[in-house]
Design a protein around this ligand. Structure first.
Ligand code: ZN
Length: 61
């Protein structure tokens, strides 16, 4: 199993689309079984989603 620190490092790479299937599965398994990581993971997703929207918005203008 991954430690929380490892899972968080990998989660940011996962969101960037840089992880393979096995690493993605390992991160998701950790998040599913961890008390603290789901909140961090959602926060990371929200921040990344907001950044992507901002970038796409900039491209449209
Ligand atoms: Zn954790």
């Amino acid at each position: 199993m991954l430690s929380c620190a490892e899972a968080r490092d990998l989660a940011s790479e996962l969101i960037d689309g840089e992880l393979g299937l096995e690493e993605t599965a390992a991160v998701q398994a950790h998040v599913a079984g961890c008390l603290t990581c789901p909140n961090l993971y959602r926060a990371l997703l929200a921040v990344t989603g907001a950044l992507r929207k901002a970038r796409f918005g900039a491209q449209e203008n």
